[in-house]
Design a protein around this ligand. Structure first.
Ligand SMILES: *[C@@H]1O[C@H](CO)[C@@H](O)[C@H](O)[C@H]1NC(C)=O
Ligand SMILES: *[C@@H]1O[C@H](CO)[C@@H](O)[C@H](O)[C@H]1NC(C)=O
Length: 444
């Protein structure tokens, strides 16, 4: 009886009933596999998604929702859009070909330190490892395992690192060198929304060469102007391979911003997430050196970094950036929400969740600006479509098929920003299909 009740709870919680039917059939055949929600959720963090079954098309996952104390724990389901699958390691939907762990039910567990106890276990200035050992607080999350069980390096997120940056303190954080707000949505200088110009940042990632120079010529043809009469400009995050440096030199000469997208653009997201200080140094500071040399840029204007695949390298990336006088990073994404987020400095804790569980956001304090990428709402008709997870590059809004649809998507997102706090709207592009190029030009 209990197991049947538990199963009913799963069914109610799952959003899609056909999935329920399958889950039931499978369990009827193999009663021993059936687990109650309580069992499934024991010691499982509420934000971790896992699969109930490895059958099916790899789109469905659930998490343990403990929000409502009255009905106890329930399972909340999520289904990736068609064509995508759920990546258990990275805890996000991705193209099916990129997801290699459809046969894996859950993320492997690591030993965690005992940071939250009713009574302190350790003397002042020390914290407890998973095995009860006490070590100095500043040894936690320093990239060297100091606990015998290594647990001091296993709980180092923006929320859990014991040595994390403090919460935003506006009395200490003042423009022009520092800006923060509690939830990230406040307008710098407390300007009234209707007095804020709606900025749009145009950024392009990757090599600059014969494949895309024509498009840049078309977009930046000198005819498109800002309200102050200046021509519009773009930022080019570029990597070395396949780049035509005389084209880069030319873009720079015409006032566009050149920034670094790494030296190698290595095809392995994990390399970026867990890169060492020296990896980041070679990739970004090294990349900048080569651009400066090859494109003859000597005015010190290369100050920005974007991580390939937007895979942020945590504290190591930002330590390197501070040491090398990079001013800003533009790789962290903020998930789609009602009010978008303004750029902020990382002296204080980042004001939003680290988007995507595999992401390695910086937890410590860094003298670096974050030009955060607000996800776009991928719907072109919000009054009709169901709400979907956002997308951060205009060309990754994969459900967009036609040019008109794309045009509507751009206008809808413009209005979302314009009618709330007018946080800069980022339009970041990798490559274009023709209809998208056409709409982009029309939109400008
Ligand atoms: C490189 O770019 C320059 C300037 O845009 C162009 O004149 C030249 O033909 C390009 N070279 C190649 C090999 O594409
Ligand atoms: C490189 O830039 C410097 C200063 O901007 C300029 O004087 C020099 O002629 C340039 N060299 C080449 C090869 O374009």
């Amino acid at each position: 009886m209990t197991s049947r009740l538990a199963f009913a709870a799963i069914c109610i919680a799952l959003l899609v009933t056909s999935e329920c039917a399958r889950f039931k059939r499978q369990n009827d055949e193999d009663e021993t596999e059936e687990k109650s929600v309580e069992e499934l959720c024991e010691n499982r963090p509420p934000d971790e998604y896992f699969r109930l079954t490895t059958d099916g098309d790899c789109r469905d996952v659930v998490r343990c929702d403990k929000a409502d104390g009255n009905i106890g724990t329930r399972l909340a389901g999520v289904r990736c859009p068609t064509g995508l699958a759920f990546d258990i390691e990275r805890q996000t939907c991705d193209w099916k070909t990129n997801v290699k762990n459809c046969r894996q039910v859950e993320k492997p567990r690591k030993v965690l330190p005992n940071l939250k106890t009713d009574e302190p276990i350790c003397p002042d200035g020390k914290l407890s490892c998973g095995n009860g050992e006490c070590i100095n607080k500043d040894l936690f999350c320093n990239d060297t395992p100091d606990c015998k069980d290594g647990s001091d390096e296993n709980s180092c997120s923006v929320e859990t690192d014991p040595n994390r940056a403090p919460d935003c303190d506006q009395s200490q954080c003042q423009l022009p060198d520092c800006f923060c707000s509690a939830d990230g949505t406040r307008i710098p200088g407390s300007i009234e929304p209707n007095q804020v110009p709606q900025m749009i940042t145009l950024t392009f990632n990757g090599a600059i060469n014969i494949d895309n120079i024509d498009l840049y010529e078309e977009i930046f043809n000198g005819q498109r102007q800002n309200p102050n009469g200046c021509q519009i400009k773009g930022t080019f995050f570029m990597n070395h391979k396949y780049t035509n440096y005389s084209a880069v030199q030319d873009l720079h000469r015409r006032g566009h911003e050149i920034a670094v997208f790494s030296l190698t653009h290595r095809d392995d997201p994990k390399y970026w997430t867990s890169g060492s200080y020296d990896d980041w140094l070679a990739e970004m500071a090294g990349g900048r050196l080569i651009i400066e040399r090859f494109a003859n840029i000597s005015d010190g204007s290369i100050i920005g970094v974007r991580a390939p695949y937007l895979r942020v390298g945590g504290n190591k990336q930002f330590e390197m950036m501070a040491d090398q006088f990079f001013v800003y990073d533009a790789s962290i994404t903020a998930s789609l929400s009602r009010v978008p987020i303004w750029p902020y400095t990382l002296y204080f804790r980042m004001p939003h969740k680290c988007n995507g569980n595999a992401q390695n956001c910086p937890s410590k304090s860094h003298p670096v600006w974050e030009i955060v990428m607000n996800e776009l709402d991928r719907r072109d008709d919000p009054s009709f479509d169901e709400s979907l997870p956002g997308c951060h590059m205009v060309d990754s809004c994969s459900n967009i098929q036609s040019g008109d649809q794309f045009g509507r998507l751009l206008r809808h997102n413009f209005n979302r920003h314009f009618n709330s706090n007018r946080a800069p709207l980022g339009e970041s592009n990798r490559n274009f299909r023709d209809h998208i190029k056409f709409q982009l030009l029309k939109y400008f």
